[in-house]
Ligand binder design. Structure first.
Ligand code: TPP
Length: 676
């Protein structure tokens, strides 16, 4: 007993909630809201699995949980398992009554029926009676689930069944102390968590605790030596039937390698850098399509997205599968069927939660999302990252597949959308997490995106964030060069640089597709106006290379960083996200004092693509001006070019107001124009 007390919720012991250390758990019992969505994620493609999910009535008030009821619209009884929700109406949260517990039974029934369930009520406060009632109800609902599944599996899927669920209404703090310090505890909010405290100082509390503990008749459960009686121990299931040994709750045990297509086969032909255009995510979509096809028989790969798979140009996947849709279908619907493996629902919470549940039980997946709106799941990301961090160091927990995000429709290319759609800040959040579990990639073009995607799909136990555009954009690297560049994560683009065999006058660094374009266009101007200038162009795909090696396994050594970025030359860094992130990652580097970062400064609206970069001083003209201001020898001779850049910015503004589009020389700029 003493050992147990010194272990449970005790420093150096185990947490008081279900935690990674708890065998049989797939999430930490802490941040409320994800029980039901994880349960569904676990049973998708797991036809023999039943997840009984106890939902607190407080938890049921959270946004993610409230949306989770609709998960049954995406569950196919033929190929998926079942979830049995048990809504626990104990009436209270920490300090308040709960909304659902105070609805009339009629209203509650209507609500749950409206969610697609057939509720069974188990209500009372007499333990013996309640045990019998729960037992009988479980028998009934499990038989009903079996009937639903048997019918669907025998005769094929016809329509969404009405799944049973249980509403369990018991007093909060049931069987605990009824009255403490003259106040009612059982059946009130006061029963939350610790009903009796200050035991050392308050003898009547200690007495009440003793009485409470004895009410469970320990002498019937343990022998004189304090051991559980063998006839009771015998009741527990054996082997994998034990809750703590369920392999589904240690997904890595069940994980099968994803069968991968050869990503090089999808390469865009790039005969010369910066001359041909492609839509990076469309190319990626073809690769994902074939990965989907190759793993169709394994039923272990799904794509999630809030209504955006097509919009994000991954629609090649619809050549081999549909979106899963269990509701009524109309002839006008496209790519919807109960067998689909793409999961689209306009709830980022559900996409994230389903995918987490799916990965935690040993499968693979990808989540594509508009960059700005991935913030909706910031907190869920946090929790999953914590889970990965802790489970990494628990030897019996096997590594699971990585959680892969594609963030597209990004800040720089919103066209008809406005300020609301412009926010590259998710990666700031991501890098807060432990280096061993997070990776951030900013591939500048389609072939680098292919290489990064291939890498992420093969990886284990990480959260990979890929940020890539979907619009037609210039392509820079052929497949071989892309693979090399992505393997190194960062490197000099020799073909764009002019410092061969010499010390550079300036380092032009970039990360992200649009910043890369603007950097190259700035280099183009600089090469024409200042042919003697020695420019070094560095592109970063793997953001983590910027961090010191001591902070992240991908970090460059200080020696490598100094070799690339020099120890004393000005660095102009054009970055996809908020500029501070680059400073955060590099503040310890030798040449940090000469680092000048351009990025998103929270200036946005509905405007042209080029105007977006202008608004944030990330455009080619500003970059040229930055170089002139920071390279000592240009300060003296650069005034005319500086003036020219300012003039160009004014021309740009006038042009877009008149034409609603960018100037042709901006829109159609290509690297090939450089007279090398
Ligand atoms: C997202 C979130 N918000 C707030 C809390 C703080 N909190 C912990 S328990 C609790 C009440 C939970 O009530 P309920 O789900 O009914 O569970 P019960 O303890 O009554 O079984 C709250 C608000 C939390 N853990 N997670």
């Amino acid at each position: 007993m003493k050992r147990l007390f010194r272990q449970f919720s005790f420093p150096g012991g185990i947490p008081s909630h279900a935690a990674p250390e708890t065998p049989g758990s797939i999430h930490e019992g802490g941040e409320l809201g994800y029980s039901l969505v994880h349960a569904y994620g676990a049973v998708f493609d797991n036809p023999d699995l039943l997840a009984c999910c106890v939902v607190g009535d407080g938890e049921a008030e959270t946004g993610p949980l409230a949306a989770s009821w609709h998960s049954n619209k995406f569950l196919n009884p033929v190929r998926d398992g079942a979830v049995l929700p048990i809504l626990h109406l104990n009436g209270y949260k920490i300090a308040n009554p709960t909304v659902l517990a105070r609805l009339s039974e009629d209203e509650l029934t209507n609500l749950l029926v409206g969610y697609g369930h057939k509720p069974y009520f188990v209500e009372g406060d007499e333990p013996e009676v309640m045990h019998q009632l729960m037992y009988a109800t479980l028998d009934t609902v499990l038989a009903e689930i079996q009937t639903i599944q048997g019918e669907a599996r025998e005769n094929g899927f016809k329509q969404r069944p009405q799944w049973p669920m249980i509403v369990l209404r018991t007093p909060k703090g049931w069987t605990g102390p009824k009255i403490v310090d003259g106040k009612q505890v059982e059946g009130t909010f006061r029963a939350h968590q610790v009903p009796l405290s200050e035991l050392a100082e308050k003898p009547d509390h200690l007495r009440a605790l003793e009485e409470w503990m004895k009410s469970y008749h320990p002498y019937e459960l343990f022998d004189e030596k304090g051991r559980l009686r063998p006839e009771l121990a015998e009741l527990a299931p054996k082997g994998k039937r034990r809750m703590g040994a369920n392999p589904h709750a240690n997904g890595g045990l069940l994980l099968k390698e994803l069968k991968m297509a050869d990503h090089r086969q999808y390469a865009v032909s790039v005969p010369k850098p910066g001359t041909v255009e492609a839509e990076a995510t469309r190319v990626m979509g073809r690769f994902l399509r074939d990965v989907m096809k190759l793993n169709a028989d394994e039923h272990n790969f799904r794509l999630m997205g809030p209504d955006e798979t097509s919009s994000n140009r991954l629609d090649a996947v619809f050549e081999v599968t549909d979106r899963v849709w269990i509701e009524r279908l109309l002839p006008t619907d496209e790519h919807e069927s109960p067998e689909g493996r793409v999961m689209e629902v306009l709830s980022e919470h559900l996409c994230q939660g389903w995918l987490e549940g799916y990965l935690l039980t040993g499968r693979h997946g990808f989540f594509s999302c508009y960059e700005a709106f991935i913030h909706i799941v910031d907190s869920m990301f946090n929790q999953h990252a914590k889970w990965l961090k802790v489970t990494r160091d628990i030897p019996w927990r096997r590594p699971i597949a990585s959680l892969n995000y594609l963030l597209t429709s990004h800040v720089w290319r919103q066209d008809h959308n406005g300020f609301s759609h412009q926010d590259p800040g998710f990666i700031d959040l991501v890098v807060n997490k432990k280096a061993e579990v997070v990776r951030v990639y900013l591939p500048p073009d389609a072939n680098t995106l292919l290489s990064v995607t291939d890498h992420c799909l093969r990886s284990r136990h990480y959260i990979n964030v890929i940020v890539a555009g979907k619009q037609p954009a210039l392509q820079y690297l052929d497949m071989e060069a892309a693979i090399k560049h992505c393997s190194e994560g960062i490197g000099i683009w020799d073909w764009a640089s002019t410092d061969q065999g010499a010390e550079p006058d300036v380092v032009m660094a970039c990360a992200g597709d649009v910043p890369t374009l603007e950097t190259l266009a700035a280099v183009d101007i600089l090469r024409q106006r200042f042919p003697e200038l020695k420019i070094r162009v560095i592109n970063t795909v793997d953001l983590m290379t910027l961090q010191p090696q001591s902070e992240h396994p991908h970090g460059l050594s200080d020696k490598e960083f100094d070799t690339l970025f020099t120890t004393d030359k000005p660095i102009i860094f054009a970055f996809h996200g908020y500029p501070w992130l680059i400073h955060r990652l590099t503040y310890r580097r030798t040449n940090h004092k000469n680092l000048h970062v351009r990025g998103y400064k929270e200036e946005g609206t509905t405007t042209t693509p080029f105007d977006m970069v202008v608004l944030n001083d990330l455009d080619r003209f500003h970059l040229v001006m930055d170089v002139i201001e920071r390279v000592p020898k240009l300060k003296a001779i650069g005034a005319h070019v500086l003036q020219e850049m300012l003039d160009r910015l004014i021309e740009h503004k006038q042009y877009i107001v008149e034409h609603g589009d960018d100037m042709p020389e901006i829109r159609d700029w290509k690297w090939s124009r450089v007279d090398v």
